[in-house]
Ligand binder design. Structure first.
Ligand code: ADP
Ligand code: ASP
Ligand code: MG
Length: 412
């Protein structure tokens, strides 16, 4: 039997009616002759609520228990989806991660797949089951504890199942009808892309475009999964949505193909750090050990043996970062006068494989921001992206200004 993976995100399973709508789409594919693996997210808002409960109970929580709590939202939707399909006379069964079992590393809160043994699910398909409903976002560690894959992780569950079961395609059903030049909720002029290259999608995702989890794009690229983003709320056909594909299959040749933003970014500055060889290692070593994901780094010119060191990290890791740096200071391994956390910042990035061959992208970007009176606090670049940190209050304005400056509303 040909097999499809269909993943439904939080808004697509937000209530019983939406689950019914999603189940009807699954049933249609079964009627077309497919076996289907359905991956479900928790109902929208549920995971945020669970994370909130964990943080209120224990600010520097034990990550194993974070996973025990936050994985539960998907268990509910998986069972409900299987029940709804059964009510529609579609033979369906649900699986939680540990039942498959979806084997992952024990990096709680950011686990990676080790293996997805097919035996259980294959056997059920052989016995006549048409749909396997699998709870997204979760797995089980070698120690036998429940793990989660990081926020948005159900996308990655979907791609991993598509790879493991050799699915014809992996369709990500969500609340937008594809991948746009930027978040259509922020820029009205955002344009839907028929296709996007893996490399660009990877950058957009890692720079904040929530539409796909970064790791899901990595896996799709590595295992050559046909990955498509489509709407849960429209009738779809072969040509709907956005296909994530190899660079060679793309016709567009613009320097910039998308703008991403992340409001989940904090800027931390260590003031008057005693400057000496090895100081960066002494600062960033303890941060890495504490599990802080440092993104941008800027070191000022040293004056009289002192310098300011600025870095950015996710907002929810500020407390961890402060604790680690204060501990290093108390131990005497680093010396600094103060630590300032600025959580009112946002990161805006422009992305495009065309940057490899077009000059002047940075200049256009900085000019567009200057024209709006937006001050840039930190800049980083790579081969196919430029990111800046700005005051969060200008985030939407910056996204729109850059979308206009690079004329992303027009096809190349
Ligand atoms: P789901 O719950 O289905 O996983 P998400 O909220 O994780 O959905 O992702 C979909 C959202 O991603 C959209 O509602 C949209 O606001 C946001 N988004 C950000 N950037 C983009 C983009 N470039 N194209 C499409 N959607 C985007
Ligand atoms: N429910 C999880 C989250 O909100 C995983 C997902 O929806 O992909 O992050
Ligand atoms: Mg998502």
């Amino acid at each position: 039997m040909p097999l499809l993976v269909m993943k439904f995100g939080g808004t697509s399973v937000a209530n019983l009616e939406r689950i019914q709508n999603a189940a009807a789409k699954v049933k249609r594919e079964v009627e077309r002759g497919y076996d289907v693996i359905v991956i479900v997210s928790a109902m929208s808002g549920k995971t945020n609520e669970l994370v909130g409960w964990v943080e209120q109970t224990s600010p520097l929580y034990d990550a194993r228990e974070y996973d025990a709590v936050t994985s539960s939202g998907e268990n509910v939707t998986a069972g409900l989806m299987a029940l709804r399909l059964q009510e529609m006379d579609v033979p369906a069964r649900s699986w939680q991660g540990w039942q498959v079992p979806i084997l992952t590393t024990s990096a709680h809160g950011a686990a990676r797949f080790i293996d997805i043994p097919r035996a259980h699910i294959d056997q059920k398909f052989a016995e006549g089951m048409k749909v396997a409903v699998v709870a997204g976002f979760q797995g089980v560690s070698p120690e036998g504890r429940i793990t989660t894959l990081g926020r948005g992780g159900s996308d990655t569950t979907a791609v991993a199942f598509a790879a493991a079961f050799g699915a014809e395609r992996c369709d990500i059903y969500t609340d937008v009808d594809g991948v746009y030049t930027t978040d259509p909720r922020i820029a009205k002029k955002a344009r839907k892309l028929d296709k996007i290259a893996f490399e660009e999608m990877l950058e957009l995702a890692s720079l904040g475009a929530k539409v796909l989890q970064t790791r899901s794009v990595e896996l799709a690229m590595r295992y050559k999964v046909r990955l498509r983003v489509v709407s849960s709320f429209e009738e779809i056909d072969e040509n709907s949505g956005t296909l994530v594909c190899a660079e060679e299959d793309i016709m567009e040749s613009k320097a910039v193909s998308g703008v991403a933003y992340s409001r989940d970014e904090a800027k931390m500055t260590l003031l008057a750090v005693a400057d000496r060889p090895g100081i960066a290692a002494a600062i960033f070593g303890p941060l890495a050990e504490a599990g802080v994901n440092v993104d941008m780094i800027v070191q000022n010119i040293s004056e009289e043996g002192h310098t300011d060191m600025t870095f950015s990290c996710p907002t929810d890791q500020v407390l961890r970062a402060q604790t680690a740096l204060d501990a290093a200071k108390a131990k005497g391994s680093i010396a600094f006068q103060g630590l300032v956390a600025d959580t009112d910042v946002a990161k805006i990035s422009v992305v495009g494989i065309g940057m490899r061959s077009h000059a002047g992208v940075a200049a256009t970007m900085f000019k567009a921001l200057a024209a709006e009176g937006i001050n840039i606090k930190v800049i980083t670049t790579s081969e196919i992206k430029i990111s800046v940190l700005i005051d969060r209050k200008y985030m939407e304005l910056a996204v729109q200004a850059l979308h206009d400056a690079f004329e992303l509303d027009k096809a190349a």
